[in-house]
Design a protein around this ligand. Structure first.
Ligand code: NAG
Ligand code: NAG
Length: 468
């Protein structure tokens, strides 16, 4: 009896193992069915927001149909990945068009913790067919200042780490990588022949016949004095009042995320030799606001800051702000920018009778990374059933806010996203149901509050009369 049981167990175990092996090998097989015939990668290190453009020609060399193409990233890059977009290139030359494709993370991870993203093809590839893909990805916090501390007059040098060859689950027949630096000042770079440096460009490759998961670490050490403006937290309050305008209040916690400033700061030296002293610092920032802004203010903990300039035209408004002191590495500034906007530019009625706000996501300050962005849309009193539509995934929760004239409080739609870059400045919508009867609530409360005031004044007069 016992040996039989053992036999059965062994058989079951064998079945499970062989099934899982089968599954694993079919997964691996689907990788090997594709190969990259040609790849070109362009890494732009001009600012502190790194943009990488990847052009791939992928061919199906297997017999089964392929409906997805995998991209893979080293685990340390994935945490800093702010944007990943892919499109298929159709047609040639003048008739070239780009069809945007769906990209999703895919589990399980690959060798050495490589993280996969799957691009869904619109037209699956059959045997022998190929597709041209364009991929854009953006990395933040990927330049390491070295030296980590510099003094006022020093230039900022940083390290960028990557691989000379593209990390991929597929065999790559032919590939080249171009790295663009902000200036010709490159201290050092890893060579992996053929490697070539000319002007502001480093060229790695061409490299031929690289097997799957090839990886050759490289380090580029170069000058980058671009403002490393990072908003650690931005809280944007967008308040809709059907009685007035749209009121926007942006609260910033800004940091210069470059090499830490060491030694004392000399304002005299800074002001007398601005081109030499403080090359790694920044003293003003540009905010792009919607057209037709009004009642713009800019203040910090101390009070209003007058050193701001507002330029208005029909398409946009530009606000140049200057914190009280220039920002060096590690220095922080906390400030608020507030403004009003015409309601009719941003709040509309949808065909089903609901109202909606159509506003731009992201940060108005140009070329900044926002570690955490919180948008609070404060709906008019009496709004119901809020929902939102956004071109990327967001975390959402609801809160209630009470202001002076509110009767029942207002619904606040809170939207949150981490690692936000300028590519996220896209329209989003918040829909809600609104009963116009509530428009009377505010003026009614105003009258009641006034009556209360009036009554207390009468009371006081009565008291004074009794005393005299
Ligand atoms: C700051 O500016 C705002 C808007 O211009 C104004 O309403 C407010 O009174 C000013 N505050 C101070 C303390 O100057
Ligand atoms: C939102 O506004 C943008 C322009 O800022 C416009 O292109 C888009 O169609 C609008 N979306 C909706 C749903 O109204």
């Amino acid at each position: 009896m016992e040996p039989q049981v053992r036999m059965r167990d062994a058989l079951a175990f064998f079945l499970v193992v062989s099934l899982s092996l089968l599954r694993r090998s079919s997964f691996a097989l689907s990788h090997h069915d594709l190969q990259i015939v040609h790849a070109e990668r362009r890494i732009d290190l001009a600012s502190h927001i790194i943009k990488v453009f990847l052009t791939l020609k992928v061919e199906n060399t297997g017999t089964s149909i392929a409906s997805e193409v995998l991209l893979s990233f080293p685990p340390n890059q994935v945490g800093n990945l702010a944007v990943l977009k892919a499109s298929a290139v159709v047609g040639k030359r003048k008739k070239k068009a780009y069809l945007s494709l769906d990209v999703k993370p895919k589990l399980p991870d690959g060798p050495n913790g490589a993280k996969y993203f799957s691009i869904s093809l619109l037209n699956p590839l059959s045997m022998g067919e190929s597709v041209a893909l364009e991929v854009l990805y953006i990395l933040t916090h990927s330049l390491e200042p070295f030296p980590a501390e510099i003094s006022q007059s020093d230039s900022q040098l940083v390290y960028y780490r990557d691989s000379a060859v593209i990390l991929s689950p597929y065999h790559i027949k032919h590939q080249t990588t171009f790295i663009k630096t902000p200036s010709t000042k490159v201290e050092s770079y890893t060579r992996l022949e053929p490697t070539n440096h000319a002007g502001i460009e480093l060229k790695y490759g061409p490299y031929d016949e690289q097997p799957p998961y090839s990886f050759s670490p490289i380090i580029v050490h170069f000058e980058n004095n671009h403002p490393f403006a990072v908003v650690e937290e931005l809280v944007r309050r967008v308040e809709i009042s059907h009685w007035g305008s749209l009121q926007v209040t942006d609260c910033y916690k800004l940091i210069h995320a470059g090499a830490r400033h060491k030694g004392v700061f000399s304002r005299v030296e800074y002001q007398s030799r601005p081109s030499l002293s403080g090359v790694s610092s920044f003293k003003n920032l540009l905010a792009r606001l919607p057209p037709r802004v009004h009642s713009v203010y800019y203040r910090d903990e101390i009070g209003n800051i007058s050193s701001s300039h507002l330029r208005l035209d029909s398409k946009k408004s530009e606000l140049e702000i200057e914190p009280r002191y220039p920002l060096f590495g590690g220095w922080k500034a906390t400030f608020v920018i507030g403004y009003g906007l015409p309601l009719e530019d941003f709040v509309f009625e949808s065909p089903d009778g609901r109202r909606y706000l159509n506003f731009t996501f992201g940060c108005p300050l140009i070329e900044t990374v926002v570690d955490k962005l919180i948008i609070k849309v404060i709906l008019p009193e009496g709004s119901k059933d809020p929902s939102f539509v956004a071109p990327f995934s967001l975390q959402q929760r609801l809160e209630t806010s009470y202001s002076y004239l509110d009767v029942v409080g207002r619904t606040v739609v809170v939207l949150e996203k981490e690692n936000v870059v300028p590519e996220h400045n896209l329209p989003f919508q918040v829909y809600y149901k609104f009963n116009p009867i509530f428009m009377l609530a505010e003026p009614l409360m105003l009258v009641i509050k006034l009556l209360e005031k009036f009554q207390s004044v009468l009371e006081q007069i009565r008291v004074i009369r009794q005393l005299t």
